[in-house]
Structure formats: structure tokens, C-alpha cells
Design a protein around this ligand. Sequence first.
Ligand SMILES: NC(=O)c1ccc[n+]([C@@H]2O[C@H](COP(=O)([O-])OP(=O)(O)OC[C@H]3O[C@@H](n4cnc5c(N)ncnc54)[C@H](OP(=O)(O)O)[C@@H]3O)[C@@H](O)[C@H]2O)c1
Length: 316
Amino acid sequence: MEKQRVCVTGAGGFLASWVIKFLLSKGYTVHGTVRDPSDEKHAHLNNLENAADNLQLFKADLLDYNSLCAAIAGCSGVLHVASPCTTPVADPMVELIEPAVKGTLNVLKACTEAKVKRVVAVSSRAAAIWNPSWPIDQPIDESCWSDKEYLNTIKNWYALSKTDAESEAWEYAKKTGLDVVTILPSLIIGPMLQSTMNASTLTLVKIIKDEAEEMVNNDLRIVDVRDVVAAILMAYEKPEAKGRYICSAHNATTQDLVDKLKTMYPMSHNPKKITKGEDKHKLSSEKLQKLGWTYIPLEKSLADSVKCYKEKGILL
Ligand SMILES: NC(=O)c1ccc[n+]([C@@H]2O[C@H](COP(=O)([O-])OP(=O)(O)OC[C@H]3O[C@@H](n4cnc5c(N)ncnc54)[C@H](OP(=O)(O)O)[C@@H]3O)[C@@H](O)[C@H]2O)c1
């Protein structure tokens, strides 16, 4: 009997490529959406194990409803990963907010049309952490939402795009009864399958390579890409999964990362001064852990990332 057929949006991206690798290894048949199937940057997808038999790529844009319908038809599940992650942007509405919000609604409507049984949508910690009324000593959990007015004031357009997209998804689910679960990952690190660098990989590479004399000691909330995939698959496969899930493994600081990286990659830079950053909330993934989620030690994530960057020539 054929294992389930699922659609993954934004197939060529950092996280979605790993989602597809795991799905194919578990025997799923996968429909992956990409904006330009002829782009060389998607070549890695065809080299994944079982891709020849079980992966089909569809040309689809989040703003093109019909293209999404074609990709989702025949699928019993959809893992909606695509969303613009570029910052800074010249026109936040056109480049970030509209594709994230309208794109999510287009995906959900196409799911209703195709009678999809469950949708897992990838949101972000950004949809939870920007809430000035949340007490600083209390870890942020799924009941906390980022404050849209505040995000407008501080012009954090990426966070606004994710907050808006997720809240609209919940409105839609409430109105239609579509079974939706959301995952809110923190900063995702780990080895890349794709050839081009995504925004969060660039953040880690900058910490390793940047030759700045001084660095701010930020509270970084981090998770490995393979652990995010595990969370997405649990949210998809476990009938009891419901609502939002924060997916964050390590409440580490820039200083913690610099210290660990120096021991495993002595070529990493050594900022002379690390200045104190703003205190930030810790994140709680207790709800996800209750679903059975565990995570990779930070040292392994960093070691695997460095190994991958060396293999791809990003680090010498
Ligand atoms: N990486 C992190 O630290 C992190 C943390 C929390 C949440 N997230 C969320 O995780 C998801 C994946 O992020 P990522 O890190 O894997 O980033 P990524 O590699 O930049 O992937 C983003 C994907 O979205 C696609 N996309 C963007 N706009 C689109 C549009 N209008 N139509 C169709 N596809 C579009 C991109 O396709 P193209 O290749 O065609 O541009 C790309 O495949 C996003 O929803 C992001 O918000 C990421």
C-alpha cells in the first residue's frame, strides 16, 4: 500500500529540504513546491534517497492559488514551510507580509479544496517573543503572542509577517474546521543540504567568521534543523498534536557559542570584547517535549554545521 502523499511548500529551502529528506526516508510520496523548477539551486533535491521514485516537484508561487491547488491535489497532508526570510527589504508589504499572509491563506484554502486531513504550518519564535507585557523572568510559552502594534513601531517586518500569517491561519482554522498545527522554531542551525546560504545559516557563519573587534552578547535561542523536522513530523503524525508548539532547544548566548566554537574550530575569530546584550526571554518547549520531542546536543549541532561549511567551501 502506498504510504501517504504529502505536499511540502518551499521545497528547495534550508528547512524544507531536510523535511523532504526525512519524509522520503520514511516512505512518503512527496509533492514539493518550488518557484522555478529549472533553477540549479534545487539540484540537491533530486539526489536525495528515494527522490527518483517518490518526489515530484511542482512550480508554484504562494501568491498563485491555482499553482498551489495543482501541487496539493491528491495529498492527505501539507507541510507549509515556505515564507520569505529576507531582511532587510525595500518594501516590507510586497516582499514579506503579503507572501507570508496571503500565501498561507492560499495554501490553507487549497487544502480545504483538496480535503487535506492535516496541515502543519511553520511559524516562528518571532510570532511569540515580541510581547513587552510578558514578564522577563517567565519563559515564553505557546500562550504568548507577539504584539503587532509593537512590531509596527519597531519596524520588525519579518516578525510581523510571521505573526500575521500565523494568526490568520488560526482564524481560518476556526472558521472552516481545517485541522491545523503550527510549529514555532527558534534560530535554526545545522548542516545544509542546499547549495545557497539561508539567513539563519548566515547568522552562525558570521559568528564564526566575522572579524569584528567587539560583539554583543545576545541571548540566542537555538534549535537544530533535524530537530525541527522531527517536531514537524510529530505534529503531522501524532493524532493528539494540537495548537501551537514552540520548538527551541538551547538558550545559549553569543559568548557560549564563541567559547564552544573556539575549541572545535580554532580558526574561528576571537572578538577581543563581548559586551553585555539586552536580557531576553527564555523559550519553553515543554509542550513539544510532552509530545515526545528530544533534541541534539548543541556541541553536535555546531560540529556538524562546521563540518558542512568546510565541505561546501564556506569555511577553510
Ligand atoms: N531558519 C530559521 O532560523 C527559522 C526560524 C524560525 C522559523 N523559520 C521559518 O522556517 C521556514 C523555512 O525557513 P528557512 O530557514 O528554510 O529559509 P529559506 O531557506 O530561505 O526558505 C524559504 C523558502 O520559502 C520560499 N518562498 C519565499 N517566498 C515564496 C513565494 N512567494 N512563493 C513560494 N515560495 C516562496 C523560498 O523559495 P525560493 O527558493 O524560490 O526563494 C524558500 O524555498 C520559513 O517559514 C521561516 O519563516 C525559520
